[in-house]
Design a protein around this ligand. Sequence first.
Ligand SMILES: Cc1cc2nc3c(=O)[nH]c(=O)nc-3n(C[C@H](O)[C@H](O)[C@H](O)COP(=O)(O)O)c2cc1C
Length: 185
Amino acid sequence: MRVAAFVGSPRPDGVTDAIVRQVLGGAEDKGADSAVFHIGLLHIMGCHACMKCRETGVCILDDDMKPLFDELRKADCIILGTPIYFYYMTAQMKAFTDRLFCLIGKGFKGRLGRKKTILVVTQGADDPELFSSQIESMKKAWSMAGLDIIETVLACALESAEEVMEDEELMKKALLAGQRLTATD
Ligand SMILES: Cc1cc2nc3c(=O)[nH]c(=O)nc-3n(C[C@H](O)[C@H](O)[C@H](O)COP(=O)(O)O)c2cc1C
């Protein structure tokens, strides 16, 4: 079982990364191999809408997204992590998401198959409901590409990875989410 995690924060040691790593820890407890990709640090262009991929399934753009398509295909399960920036996912995560267009065939038929996915969202605001409609819309977007969010781990108003690790309830929730991700039922 292989789990690939994609972190959309530009801070590789930030709050989102710390929670994603705990989810991965849960998956590894159950024997999964794992890999983390910090898309916030990669060069991923927005989709150029050339529409070539409608026929071929292959994106013509030559950037850091190229190897990530293989990682998405190889993985049995996925973890997506994004901070909220201005009421939505980060720009880096949005570019990654738009590029998933080539995984959707004609008539919106998925080319990736369905992959169980855990979503990690972090936000500065302390109201856990504040971005619930935006999170629902993100889930629908990823579902179009075959990424089915089975659970969302949300963290509010935490400022550092240290604060994440001190939050026992959050750590437990993230660990259990990772264990559930790799359960084979
Ligand atoms: C450019 C920018 C925009 C942000 N916009 C929001 C926002 O709209 N709502 C919110 O609650 N927090 C917002 N935040 C705070 C982050 O979502 C929050 O600090 C998050 O936990 C950072 O995660 P990281 O440590 O993984 O980068 C913003 C932060 C930045 C840098």
